[in-house]
Design a protein around this ligand. Structure first.
Ligand SMILES: C[S@@+](CC[C@H](N)C(=O)[O-])C[C@H]1O[C@@H](n2cnc3c(N)ncnc32)[C@H](O)[C@@H]1O
Length: 290
């Protein structure tokens, strides 16, 4: 079994110290003079995965949610995906995340858009889930496994807290080629010591060992490339302006770059190039317990 990274290497990568302020500033630029906002207006700022809100919406369809279901968001980040589930499907969402600053921002944004009653965000390590067995009807994990060395432990824990007819969706960046060709920084790791990127076949094996059967698999590389190109273009040409027109939310200037910090452009450029070269692919696996 590979040793877990010291959690501080991962949290050190994500935490910024002033993220509250940076997000407030970004939202002020997008919506000058507005004190109250809706969850929809946060999209582009609060989702930290390739494809942004469009990917969140598509993957939500595959969760087959019903009102009142209990959903676990594994590595919930700033809470955007969780808030979408609450709003879209009237479910109850619990998010767990290792980065204390992200948890604090997730709670604050959720309060700000009035969704705190149906979603909560907890600070913790998703490889040590302490919920009762069968506590959740659904779970999803968006761009988190790249930071987790021991995926078997992770998937066993998720399987334990799901109901027997539960569904679990993984949407991670996966490795298709030679890892020595990867350039850093990448959005999930500043350097290789805390990157645990794995191949689709490694995911399939760990999921199977944990009792999951994969019912669908979607390669989201082309969509991801389009989305990242849009993000770069928007940041280059429209810095400081509000989003325009349908679909603009995935290319907002005050975008996920806020969460990625000062070297966001380098992280986006590296991951985009590796996706264009066929070295990396954002991949969705829809799983159920056997
Ligand atoms: C790229 S962000 C994705 C956030 C969110 N899922 C989203 O799509 O917006 C990765 C997140 O995983 C969290 N994370 C990484 N390793 C973790 C662990 N072992 N336990 C809990 N959270 C973890 C990080 O703190 C970070 O918030």
């Amino acid at each position: 079994m590979t040793a877990q990274p010291p959690s501080n290497a991962v949290t050190h990568h994500y935490q910024q110290g002033d993220l509250h302020q940076r997000i407030d500033d970004a939202l002020d630029r997008l919506y000058p003079g507005r004190s109250s906002l809706t969850a929809d207006e946060l999209h582009g700022v609060d989702e930290f995965h390739i494809g942004g809100h469009a990917a969140t919406r598509q993957i939500t369809e595959h969760l087959r949610l019903r009102p009142g279901m209990r959903v676990l968001d594994v590595g919930s980040g700033l809470g955007g995906p969780a808030r979408h589930l609450v709003q879209q499907a009237d479910v109850d969402v619990t998010g767990v995340d290792l980065t204390a600053e992200y948890v604090a921002v997730a709670r604050r944004l959720t309060d700000r858009v009035g969704l705190a009653g149906r979603s909560r965000f907890m600070h913790g390590d998703v490889t040590e889930l302490a919920f009762p067995t069968g506590n959740f009807d659904r779970a999803w994990m968006l761009h988190v496994g790249m930071n987790v060395a021991d995926k078997s432990r992770l998937f066993n824990g998720i399987g334990r807290v799901l109901t027997v007819d539960g569904l679990f969706i993984v949407y991670d960046v996966m490795l298709l080629g030679d890892p020595s060709l990867l350039s850093y920084p990448l959005p999930w790791a500043s350097e290789p010591s805390h990157s645990f990127i794995a191949r689709p076949e490694q995911y399939r094996a760990s999921l199977s060992d944990a009792g999951f059967e994969i019912v669908a698999e979607h390669d989201r590389r082309s969509q991801g490339i389009r989305s990242l190109r849009g993000l770069r273009t928007a940041d280059a040409h429209h810095e400081g302006s509000a989003p325009q027109g349908p679909g603009a939310s995935d290319a907002r200037p005050a975008s996920v770059n806020v969460a990625m910090g000062a070297d966001a452009s380098a992280k986006i450029a590296n991951v985009l190039r590796h996706m264009e070269d066929g070295l990396l692919a954002p991949t969705e696996l829809v799983c159920r317990l056997r």
